[in-house]
Design a protein around this ligand. Structure first.
Ligand code: F6P
Length: 309
């Protein structure tokens, strides 16, 4: 997100605009926690995770009164355009605010979950996947040394993109994601059939899987595998996936989306998100970003099954 903020600030200044940064998202907009940015405000941040502008969930912005206060804050500073970085919740708020007050707004896709329609990838996804992958590689050493079956839980409340990507990259035996129904018996049967020639297994579970979290799924599998000597373990990766130095891909994507958002606003775009599809900046309406779902490519799901032979 810092790469994106940096690109918004510097592109805006390059194009002759005044740029302001709003702290803590919609909450800061309501409170008027807004400061003017110059090119040095975003120096030395491209390599840092998180966001220098901080982030917050705002229940007040969900109310018309809250949004009115936010509008007053922008009006007081003469702000004529808004760029919102975030996911579903951010764009839902941005859409309503734009419809109510008409301040041209363009979004940038910022979520590690990659579940936003209108962009091939979201800012943070690649970094999260690589963090999870590095963890899986390390876990595999213990799994192999001790002949264990590991359930690794990754983030993804509603989407399995992280799980699928690090599952393929990490050579997982199975990946469980919210988008597809997992046949637990098939998992158990494969684990049993693997036993003769494969001593350890890695199963990646997206936190939003319909069967439950990794601990619950492990408990279910354990009762079905008739090998009491087998060691089952769970590792939940949690918030380590949401931080750390961003990958090159994320820095470039954040920078491109940020520049695209500023140039979009200048060109008269509004009520839409600046994303990258097939290496080109594409503007997709907030309605589509929120309303349409982005499916996991079926080839990716097939790959996991095929490579697990
Ligand atoms: O929405 C992105 C996400 O990373 C989810 O995958 C995860 O469930 C959630 O954020 C965690 O959010 P929080 O930090 O508020 O617990």
């Amino acid at each position: 997100m810092n790469a994106c903020i940096r690109a918004v600030v510097r592109t805006g200044i390059f194009r002759g605009l005044e740029v302001y940064g709003i702290n803590r998202g919609y909450e800061g907009m309501i409170e008027g926690d807004i400061k003017q940015m110059n090119s040095h405000s975003v120096s030395n941040i491209i390599q840092r995770g998180g966001t220098i502008l901080k982030s917050a969930r705002s229940s007040e912005f969900r109310t018309p009164e809250g949004r009115k206060k936010a509008y007053e804050s922008l009006k007081a500073l003469g702000i004529e355009g808004l760029i919102a970085i975030g996911g579903d919740g951010t764009f839902t708020g941005a859409k309503i605010f734009y419809e109510e007050y008409g301040i041209p707004t363009v979004g940038c896709p910022g979520t590690i979950d990659n579940d936003i329609y209108g962009t091939d990838f979201t800012i943070g996804f690649d970094t999260a996947v690589n963090t999870a992958l590095a963890a899986i590689d390390k876990i595999r050493d213990t799994a192999a040394a001790h002949d264990r079956i590991f359930f690794v839980e990754v983030m993804g409340r509603d989407a399995g993109f992280i799980a699928v990507e690090c599952g393929i990259g990490g050579g997982a035996e199975f990946v469980m994601v919210p988008e597809t129904k997992t046949d637990l018996d098939a998992v158990v049967n494969t684990l049993k059939s693997h036993r003769e020639f494969r001593s350890s297994s890695i199963i990646v579970v997206a936190e939003g899987d319909e069967l439950g979290n990794a601990n619950e799924i492990m408990a279910m599998v354990k009762t079905k595998v008739d090998n009491p000597a087998k060691d089952f373990k769970v590792t939940t990766l949690g918030h380590i996936q949401r931080g750390g130095a961003p990958t090159a891909r994320d820095r470039v994507l954040g920078s491109r989306c940020g520049m695209g958002a500023v140039d979009g606003l200048i060109a008269g775009k509004a009520g839409c998100m600046s994303g990258v599809i097939n290496n080109e900046i594409v503007y997709t309406t907030f309605a589509d970003c929120i309303g349409k779902s982005k499916p996991i490519h079926p080839d990716h799901l097939a790959l996991i099954e095929i490579l697990n032979i």
